[in-house]
Write a protein that binds this ligand. Sequence first.
Ligand SMILES: *Cc1c(COP(=O)(O)O)cnc(C)c1O
Length: 373
Amino acid sequence: MTFKSFNPPQRILMGPGPSDVSARVLSALARPTVGHLDPLFINMMDEVKTLLQYAFQTKNEFTIALSAPGSAGMEACFVNLVEAGDKVIVCRNGVFGDRMIQNVTRIGAEAVVVDSPWGRAVETHKVKAALHDHPDAKFLAFVHAETSTGALSDAKTLCKMAQEHDCLTIVDAVTSLGGVELKVDEWGIDAIYSGTQKCMSCVPGISPLSFSPKAVAVVQNRKTQIQSWFLDQTLVMGYWSGEGKRSYHHTAPVNSLYALHEALVMLHDEGLENSWARHKEQHEVLAKGLKELGIEFIVPEEERLPQLNAIYIPEGADDAKIRDYLLEHYNLEIGAGLGAFAGKAWRIGLMGHAAKSENVALCLSALKDALYQ
Ligand SMILES: *Cc1c(COP(=O)(O)O)cnc(C)c1O
């Protein structure tokens, strides 16, 4: 038996992630691997921290790139901050809110679930009532950009309400970072995690993570030991910070961090606000074109994510057949529905590098062809 190198075609990724990775980021990956404690590499890690602070709009000293995907970023927030017996208010308006609940219950903590309809933002009045009814709740957790439904929640208001009740916030920003307004310090977010393969347009497998000084104090003053060795951030802190005295924790994904560095330099060059505006502009062009095709959005206009367009599959169209056709004839990937929307919705991503006019035009004409062929 012989094996050949794997050479995938050049797809256009307009699903829920991973998104298209630019040639610049891909070429950064191919640079020579250096030791993960090489002084040059440590300098680069410091730049990654500074650039992540910019992307998150935070001065948080504890801002790192976790060597694992977004799901591990989620787990890192919960296992470090939450202890058995703690009460956590968790907002659920899609698949990822549900995963937060599973994280909380596996710790042996109590999840107070606030349900909002799928395809809508988290209903702030319900969260307000939950905070009022549960004065002993220590944390409020929610997903800023629900990738499973395309809904954007009002993180600023939710954080403000949490602060009024002395609750720390745990926020999923996997799809929001770089794609929509996000201001960690101004809004007072305490623990936040993201992913590299959505609006950062980088390779999958890394999770940007940031804890406020308040959150770090909670981690440091725990009564019980953190159950996960790998995700225990008190051990990781020595690897990502400390002047010249970096200690080995695990081997960082060296080349993937080159890629993240390059993606962050590109975001910094463009400017965060410009990136948010570009996502919005491209979304508006796409929305207009979809309307002309008679296609309807799931989420009401004012709660829509520009970077993730969840639409109803038009009547009579075969979900899998259409997506196969787009892939085969146009090398174009769009996302299927997830959870309650499986078989009912498509998810068109306009994430990071993919949020550009050529992609929007291609997607609209390819969809038209696929639907009316
Ligand atoms: C993609 C995603 C995740 C999980 O990230 P992975 O890198 O796939 O583990 C978590 N939350 C949201 C909102 C996401 O979109």
